[in-house]
Design a protein around this ligand. Sequence first.
Ligand code: AMP
Length: 511
Amino acid sequence: MRVPLGTSDFLDRAAQCYPLRLGVVDEPGPAQDGGLGSLTYGSFAERARGLAAGLDVLEITHGERVAIVSHNSARLLESFFGVTSWGRVLVPINFRLSRDEVAYIVEHSGARVLLVDPELDEALADVIAEHRFVLGRSTDEALLRPDVAPAAWEEPDEDATATINYTSGTTARPKGVQGTHRNVWVNAVTFALHAGVTDRDVYLHTLPMFHANGWGMPFAMTGLGVPQVVIRRIDGAEILRRIQAYGVTILCAAPAVVAAVLEAAQTWDGEIPGRGTTRVVCAGAPPPSRTIARIEAELGWEFLQIYGLTETSPLLTVNRRRAEEDDLAPEDAARRLARAGMPALGTRLAVSDEGEVLARGNVVMDGYWRQPEASAEALQDGWFHTGDGGELDDEGYLSISDRKKDVIITGGENVSSIEVEDCLFSHPVVAEVAVIGVPSEKWGETIKALVVLSGEATEAELIAHCKSRLAGYKAPTSVEVRESIPRTATGKVQKFKLREQYWQGTSPQVN
Ligand code: AMP
């Protein structure tokens, strides 16, 4: 028998097995009219069904796109099901992007419906779609139809696209990663298996849900009846408070978020919440082994590392302490955990002759939305080309050592250097520019622009120029004026050479 894998499996199971259990605790602050408070899985599923029925009324059909720009919230969480489980495609957009960047994604994805967080409504006032709603109580009334059953998705297809996540990569414009229902399903189930998730867990959404669908946690946690606590803004002390208040046992985070928690822990009064019971799953950049040792010693949390990309749903590798490693000295254990890990179940990994990490498996995307050439380039010879440089050691563990693609990862978010270069080029006195990532204690990497000027411009002016056009985190934090920028005979800037002087004494050359 073959039953198509789909996002509805997770929602249906929560509704069937855990209807009365606490499902979601929304952000309690003033955002989105005070949020939705606490919802059981029964009422969470009802709201998701109401959203699907509302989309029926708007005559949004299978395969059509619904875009949402929102901070983490229960309404964003329910859209993962209300939109995709009835065959439509969800486009979760990074809420930190500028107006133009959001407009590009809405346009490029062809979204007929756009849902916007109230805090972003004004900035995105002229970003339009056929139907535009501001998330909150009044739009619940206008959009949700809890009184009628949504029309069934007659022929559910596991190969249909469930989500399109735009990600910055090698091109100036972000590309839309098409994740199928099958991709989402396999990722969520495999991830939950490796992280040992059970219905005794409590999950904290520290990861932005728009980023690779929150690594698939909205699906995995719902399917296993795990209560999910929403957090809207990242703040180390607030994370600790929520862990204490709700008995959180698992969270996912980029190293920068972990660093914020470690800092907050320094002044925390009393026992650190979650000591001995909480595990934190880290990815986005290789965390220094010292940070790993501190997490285990100062917080008493278990550290797991994974590696993956939006294009791979994202899970490719896992590194979790094995039974044989229980007696290792903390610094030895931390050193072993600093590697990206071993292939997750169902994933095949290889490293090409050029040192690029290649992956095969059921989590690899269908392709980039409406970009056949970029898709063909990424999916050559039956392998997904990650653009990451890496090595497999004697034990078979992968370590990421370099980034072949021109991407900077700062605070866990991808920034295309080309996009920042384009922006600087639009300034009248910038004659040449190269943008690189340099090490940063706080952000892993931070953005540095090297420029050749044809007139007068201060560093502050060039940074402000970028800030007014791009999401704030994409603006360089420093600009250096150079006489020239070294190029190869074919005119290419050798970024690795430019990076060298800033990365001396650090290894690998990504952070
Ligand atoms: P994204 O698609 O935005 O999630 O970014 C994926 C990229 O993050 C990968 O291609 C890597 O460059 C980087 N990355 C993710 N996890 C790790 C990790 N554990 N170690 C090193 N780099 C990582």
